[in-house]
Write a protein that binds this ligand. Structure first.
Ligand code: P6P
Length: 331
């Protein structure tokens, strides 16, 4: 049962994880450790992201730095950090990353979980100092404990996720996640190296003033999308599009609104990846009282194919806005 005393704002992530673990009898600590591992990698990537601006001085990414080491592109660096943290943490038997074609076996053959991750979404934004993010999705493995993870561990479908979230490296760095009991937000205090609970129970407003999409693709969008966007303009909604998924998603979570990455002529399945972008953000939004669809269908119910990097259209945000779009899509 939920602990009647809400966890006070300002609690550290560590105390929050331990408190939630004690509230749910089945929690045996492995998921707690997994969340710690992700938070640790998020802290390290946060430092890398903050230093990226200095790479011009210390040598641009992709060239040798003063130690003569090859400096990785930041998204490759982030991938290394998350895979290493999850490997060292011992709880994840495998990782599916946007950066690697195949699943990455961590060697933790007794690990009970697998993690699908976009280590640093939007590399084009990194180079121009726009906010960026990490997106993660966690499943219990279905393959036999004691052996290697298998592709099927990642193909269980959106509703099989047991946790999901993101790290937003923005004006402040935040970790936002769910384990199926609502959405909590933590803000990072650089000087202390700690995440502090800043948003105990995030809920997205049912309506919202914002629509977020790349209107440069207008003439490539399906008719239902253009019809919906036209109604947004007729109602004088506000267009806000950073062009960085986690930044746009996070803003809409608080203002209310809808983010759209529709199918286009050259990307008939949209641009965003089902397993480590669409599913986790869809799980989070449902936990926050919002809705995510791929058009006519609820996103979490869109079945995965055997392509670990398959794409899916995504319309995600305030329930009323997304349902309105879904109605137009199903006409
Ligand atoms: P477009 C960034 O490349 C990204 O993956 C998301 O972060 C962002 O929302 C989207 O693609 C932007 O795509 O086609 O509008 O440039």
């Amino acid at each position: 049962t939920e602990n009647t005393l809400a966890t006070p704002v300002g609690t550290t992530l560590e105390r929050y994880i331990m408190r939630k673990q004690s509230e749910f009898a089945y929690a045996t600590g492995e998921l707690s450790q997994l969340l710690r591992d992700i938070a640790l990698a998020g802290k390290i990537v946060n430092r890398d992201v903050n230093r990226a601006g200095l790479s011009r001085i210390t040598g641009a990414m992709g060239e040798k730095n003063i130690q003569g080491e090859n400096q990785q592109k930041l998204d490759v660096e982030a991938n290394i950090r998350f895979v290493r943290a999850l490997t060292n943490g011992g709880e994840a038997c495998a990782v599916l990353s946007e950066e690697d074609e195949d699943i990455i076996q961590t060697g933790n053959v007794n690990g009970k979980y697998v993690v699908a991750i976009d280590p640093l979404d939007g590399s084009s934004n990194i180079d121009v100092n726009v906010s960026i993010g990490t997106i993660f999705s966690i499943y219990r493995r279905v393959s036999r404990i004691g052996g290697p993870a298998r592709k099927e561990d990642f193909l269980q479908g959106g509703r099989a996720q047991i946790a999901a979230g993101y790290v937003l490296y923005g004006s402040s760095t935040m970790l936002v996640y769910t384990t199926g009991h609502g959405v909590a937000g933590f803000t990072y205090e650089n000087s202390l190296g700690e995440f502090f609970l800043s948003h105990p129970d995030i809920k997205i407003p049912r309506q919202g003033p914002v629509f977020s999409c790349n209107e440069g693709n207008w003439f490539d969008y399906p008719e239902f999308v253009r019809t919906f966007l036209t109604t947004c303009k007729e109602r004088r909604l506000t267009a806000r599009y950073v062009g960085s998924l986690v930044a746009d998603y996070h803003r809409n979570l608080f203002t209310g609104g809808i983010y759209l990455y529709p199918p286009t002529v050259d990307k008939p399945e949209g641009k965003l990846r089902l397993l480590y972008e669409c599913y986790p953000l869809a799980y989070l939004i449902e936990q926050a009282g919002g809705v995510a669809v791929s058009g006519a269908d609820v996103l979490l119910d869109v079945p995965p194919t055997r392509d670990l990097h398959q794409r899916a259209p995504i319309f995600v945000g305030s329930a009323d806005l997304v349902e309105e779009l879904r109605c137009i899509a199903t006409k």
